[in-house]
Design a protein around this ligand. Structure first.
Ligand code: SAM
Ligand code: SF4
Length: 458
């Protein structure tokens, strides 16, 4: 293996920590951000020419995967659930459109879940049309959807492509039958292979597979095979997620017997082996847990330092602002995080009262903005360019982050970071433990440590 990671290193760095899809992280958000505040932010946005990224959350799945950490609502396959949901989603779109006025340009549209393909073909078409009526979708931008291979067929895929989706992400997780059985997700390799073939015929620009390491019954050997099978199908991108075990938030995770999980040490070995296999097969390791073929635009963007990160993962087409639609969805507008209600009854109730269905959020202070910049650069570019920081904020990096001097010195001593002229760059070890580097710039974390719980960094 290229990297030697000892048990000492693991016990030192594999500590609970956030994934930094946002900064400040979600536990810091509060009900201080109300529907009225969101309305003001939307009005501020209305006066600008800024572009948008839209996220649409469809929470439904027919069957619960026991590892799942997403916001889901398990429902049988019955058209009435989607119909009811769309009614409220359309109302939310109308409410927002009323405030922001004219049709705004959307550079990135992403449907996530849950399982967007839980919806019928008609429902998906209706939803897409509703969005296209209210926003100017850039079809050369990212029009992406998350798909559960167990819920699609050729006809549904054709509709998606006709509607304008050009990128597609599939939940795979693991091909091993014992793992699949324990996590309550039986999904045949043949099915995935056939769907991938169909996607190629339909000329989707980019196909992503989600895999998870750290699941029950996984071993280095079993996951080696899953990765070999993955490589054989040649997806353009792979998200290799660390299993987030958060049973205090997701009680259903306790349905998986604790003694079936790989140890921390094994989990890291599984990851390192998978990483090496993917790199050997020609994938570029992109930032933390993503891999892409060198031909994929994400790999190119990473090499050129043009990769960005938001709640939907990494993106090459960043918009100025983000609006989230649907239960639990998150937006970022005018320096403010906004999150919708997380349960369907609350989400429906707010919309019934013609209110924007906001549960909480966070208005960023200027300090938050600077730390967000630093953390996002670490996560996307694996480096901090002090000169760029100064250009952006008109402040000297070393003078501003004096309280972080010791953390930076520790990272240099532990060889997570090294100095290259005006830059602090992550080493190979630092790339694996990038979240640990970020954690030192997270000024809420010390306070949060005693109050909030996160999954392990690896
Ligand atoms: C919304 S799902 C993808 C679409 C569809 N629902 C499916 O599962 O096929 C998003 C992805 O989150 C990842 N995920 C879910 N729960 C997770 C957990 N507890 N830890 C790490 N990754 C998780 C899985 O890889 C999953 O594919
Ligand atoms: S992993 Fe996907 S299909 Fe499984 S429960 Fe979660 S959102 Fe639904």
């Amino acid at each position: 293996m290229g990297l030697t990671i000892t048990k000492e290193i693991i016990s030192k760095f594999d500590v609970p920590g956030p994934r930094y899809t946002s900064y400040p992280t979600a536990p810091e958000w509060s009900q201080a951000v109300t529907p009225a505040i969101y309305r003001t932010k939307l009005k501020d946005f209305e006066k600008t020419q800024k572009t948008l990224s839209l996220y649409v959350h469809i929470p439904f799945c027919e069957q619960l995967c026991y590892y799942c950490g997403c916001n889901v609502a398990i429902r049988p396959n019955d058209v009435k659930h989607g119909d009811e949901y769309l009614k409220f989603l359309f109302k939310e779109i109308d409410l927002i459109r009323d405030v922001i006025g004219k049709k705004r340009e959307v550079r990135q549209l992403h449907w996530g879940g849950g399982t967007p393909t839980y919806l019928t073909e008609d429902q998906m078409s209706e939803l897409f049309d509703k969005i296209a009526e209210n926003f100017k979708i850039d079809f050369d931008g990212e029009v992406a959807i998350e798909v559960d291979p167990r819920t699609i067929n050729a006809s549904k895929l054709q509709i998606l492509r006709q509607l304008g989706f050009n990128r597609l992400s599939m939940g795979i997780q693991d091909f091993n039958p014992a793992v699949q059985k324990t996590v309550n997700r039986i999904q045949d390799f043949k099915l995935v292979s056939e769907i991938t073939q169909l996607l190629r015929e339909l000329k989707f620009h980019s196909i992503n597979y989600d895999l998870i390491y750290g699941l029950p019954h996984q071993t280095r050997k079993s996951f080696e095979q899953t990765i070999d099978q993955t490589i054989a199908l040649h997806p353009d991108r792979i998200a290799l997620y660390s299993f987030a075990y958060v049973p205090w938030l997701k009680k259903h995770q306790t349905k998986m017997p604790a003694d079936t999980f790989p140890s921390n040490n094994e989990k890291l070995e599984i990851f390192l082996q998978a990483r090496e296999q993917l790199i050997e097969a020609g994938y570029l390791s992109i930032a933390m847990d993503h891999f892409a073929l060198q031909t994929d635009e994400m790999a190119k963007a990473f090499v050129e330092g043009k990769l960005y990160r938001n709640f939907m993962g990494y993106t090459v087409k960043p918009a100025d602002e983000y609006i989230g639609f649907g239960v639990s969805s998150i937006g970022f507008l005018e320096n403010t995080y906004i999150q919708n209600h997380k349960t369907l009854p609350e989400y429906y109730k707010a919309l019934d009262q013609n209110e924007l269905p906001i549960e909480r959020g966070k208005v960023l202070s200027s300090d938050d903005e600077m730390r967000r910049w630093v953390i996002s650069h670490l996560m996307c570019r694996l480096e901090i360019d002090k000169k760029q920081f100064t250009d952006r904020f008109h402040l000297n990096f070393d003078e501003y982050f004096t309280s972080e001097e010791i953390h930076i010195a520790n990272c240099l001593r532990d060889r997570l970071l090294y100095v290259d002229q005006d830059k602090l760059k992550a080493s190979e070890l630092g790339k694996i433990f990038i979240r640990n580097i970020c954690m030192g710039f997270d000024q809420y974390l010390q306070k949060a440590k005693s109050q909030h719980r996160f999954s392990k960094t690896i």
